[in-house]
Design a protein around this ligand. Structure first.
Ligand code: MG
Length: 202
């Protein structure tokens, strides 16, 4: 597709992008809402990601609850790196489902070809924010594929493509796990007021 062509709501080429649109910078709130809405549209709930975080962190924190994990998922979804990765990756999945990527990329994405690593590359690019725990958790989830990641990775004959989404969910869960690990440690070291002051550090 030429850089100057736009896709309409059905993904059809809709002519040149108006100069106005090319210069427009979307509001952060709109980007955040679009990323969150996209997860839901693609069948991924906050709870399903929270369940993965719980499995990852419960062995280290006996009093951990699923709500703590879902709160951590909500917090990491505030990060632009993740929002942008979600929007890019899921868009490619959707275009592949509609047959609107050009070949051979269409077949590579639609078949989730084993040697295609761009899905992992986009996801891991959004994992660096929360340190080594997030990075190693992402690597583990890429191999172990638990919960909703397993469901997304399982190829069905229903035409759905989740080549990018399974890795994006891994990135969100990995970030939420890393954040939680650091936060729980801080909660043992700092009082309530100090914790409020430390808000935004993780
Ligand atoms: Mg993948």
């Amino acid at each position: 597709m030429r850089a100057s062509a736009a896709l309409d709501m059905k993904g059809c080429v809709a002519g040149p992008v108006p100069a106005q649109t090319m210069k427009k910078v979307p509001h952060s709130r709109d980007v955040r809402e679009a990323a969150r809405a996209r997860l839901i549209e693609r069948g991924v709930s906050i709870e399903s990601i929270g369940e993965i975080v719980y499995q990852m962190q419960a062995p280290y924190s006996p009093h951990l609850s699923l709500k703590d994990c879902m709160d951590s998922v909500e917090a990491v979804l505030e990060k632009r790196e993740l929002q942008h990765a979600i929007l890019v990756g899921s868009e490619l999945d959707i275009l592949a489902e509609r047959g609107q990527l050009s070949e051979p990329l269409l077949s590579i994405v639609a078949s989730d070809e084993g040697l295609f690593g761009v899905d992992e590359t986009i996801a891991i690019g959004a994992v660096n924010t929360y340190g080594s725990i997030a990075v190693t958790t992402f690597g583990y989830l890429d191999k172990a594929k638990i919960g909703i990641i397993k469901q997304l990775d399982t190829k069905m004959d229903d035409g759905q493509v989740h080549t990018f989404m399974d890795d994006l969910v891994g990135a969100i869960a990995a970030n939420a796990s890393g954040r939680l690990a650091h936060r729980l440690r801080d909660m043992t070291d700092f009082g309530e007021e100090e914790m409020r002051e430390r808000k935004g550090l993780y």
